[in-house]
Design a binder for this molecule. Structure first.
Ligand code: OSB
Ligand code: MG
Length: 366
């Protein structure tokens, strides 16, 4: 496959409601989209980097810079998904930027061959159960109202964002209000240290599915120690940037569950390697999210349909994030999203809607 050129497009997407985590509050998603042009097909991808380097070291301007300066120029004239991955490999880090470029190439490749991404990855299900990630709220009544709304819409699992000072009370309130059958988990986004172990152990009675990334991203050993001190299963997000990290975490006993985000690990091939490794070790995985538009969501839903994804993901419907998405919206049916069946990611941006939110475009010839 020959690539003619690549378009970098920035869009500004207001969120339906502010999303507060232990690392900050998001009110508008600043998204970088990539469009790979080939003689036979276009390939689309969404870079999951956020505007500030608070979740991870990557940020949108940095991703755009490394793409135009290093990653795009490194692609061979004739490329397929495997040669593209090999060409990006020498560059350290920048996995979100690499994932976006790799996914756009993969999408163009699959559209050329007429194959859906889900089929290519080895998906085994036509639909996936949806969970929802609930931001930190200003009060418990507000939180209970938000969770009530999501459950009425059909979400199959609730994830509460937590931080020191906003942890035990919201978890207790939600568990007591909705009862023992609610699938409930929490995400700390690295807000604690190992000295908080006795405090985190107070979450044990609430029968949580998991606690996601309680400690710093590079605290693998500390997570292994924490796992000995609490009964809530530990799930890693920020710590797992590759299949090698996943192998180390599993060997150390740092986690018993992994949140797989293709953007965080450099793309869908590495995401699948982590899935395969986890499955071989009896480690459950689920598909995380980064507040994606329909472009990123389509590919995540395809991945979430692989057999090892045994827990509901943060693969929510489009209207949980955006009043108007740039693609036909993903909708919840009986708590599930349908896996796209068209070639590649199986969905296209709607040109007028895309133009309405575009803040800049840049064409990079190859
Ligand atoms: O830690 O999983 C996270 C959103 C942005 C950055 C990090 C995270 C999240 C979420 C929301 O929890 C996931 C989603 O619904 O897309
Ligand atoms: Mg997380």
């Amino acid at each position: 496959m020959k690539i003619t050129g690549i378009e970098l497009r920035r869009i500004a997407m207001p969120l339906v409601t502010p999303f507060r985590t232990s690392f900050g509050t998001e009110t508008e998603r600043d998204v970088l989209l990539l469009r790979v042009i080939t003689p036979d097909a276009e390939g689309w991808a969404e870079c999951v980097a956020m505007s500030d380097p608070l979740y991870s070291p990557e940020y949108v301007d940095g991703a755009a810079d490394v793409l135009r300066r290093f990653l795009i120029p490194a692609l061979p004239a004739t490329v397929d998904p495997h040669t593209a991955e090999a060409a990006l490999h020498p560059f350290k880090g920048h996995r979100m930027a690499k994932a976006a470029l790799h996914t756009a190439v993969l999408d163009a490749h699959l559209r050329t061959g007429g194959q859906p991404l889900a089929t290519y990855l080895g998906a085994t299900r036509p639909q996936v159960p949806s969970g929802v990630s609930v931001g930190i709220m200003n009060s418990i009544p507000e939180l209970l109202e938000a969770v009530t709304g999501y459950l009425e819409e059909g979400y199959r699992r609730i994830k509460l964002k937590i931080e020191p000072g906003n942890d035990l009370a919201p978890v207790r309130a939600v568990r007591e209000h909705f009862g023992p059958d609610l699938l409930l988990q929490v995400d700390a986004n690295a807000a604690y240290t190992l000295t908080d172990a006795p405090h985190l152990a107070k979450l044990d009675p609430y029968d949580l599915l998991l606690i996601e990334q309680p400690l710093a991203h590079d605290d693998l050993i500390q997570h292994a120690h924490l796992a000995q001190k609490i009964t809530t299963p530990i799930c890693l997000d920020e710590s797992i940037e590759s299949a090698a990290h996943a192998a180390a975490a599993i060997t150390l006993g740092a986690c018993s569950i992994i949140n797989i985000k293709p953007g965080r690990v450099g793309g869908y091939l590495e995401a699948r390697r982590i899935h395969d490794l986890a499955q071989a070790h009896g480690i459950a995985v689920w598909c995380g999210g980064m507040l994606e538009t329909g472009i990123g969501r389509a590919a995540n839903v395809a991945l979430a349909a692989l057999p090892g994804f045994t827990l509901p993901g943060d693969t929510s419907a489009s209207d949980r994030y955006y009043t108007t998405d740039i693609t036909p919206p993903f909708e919840l049916h009986d708590g599930h999203l349908s896996v796209p069946t068209g070639p590649g990611i199986g969905i296209d941006p709607i040109p007028d809607l895309l133009d309405a939110v575009t803040t800049s475009t840049e064409w990079i010839p190859l």
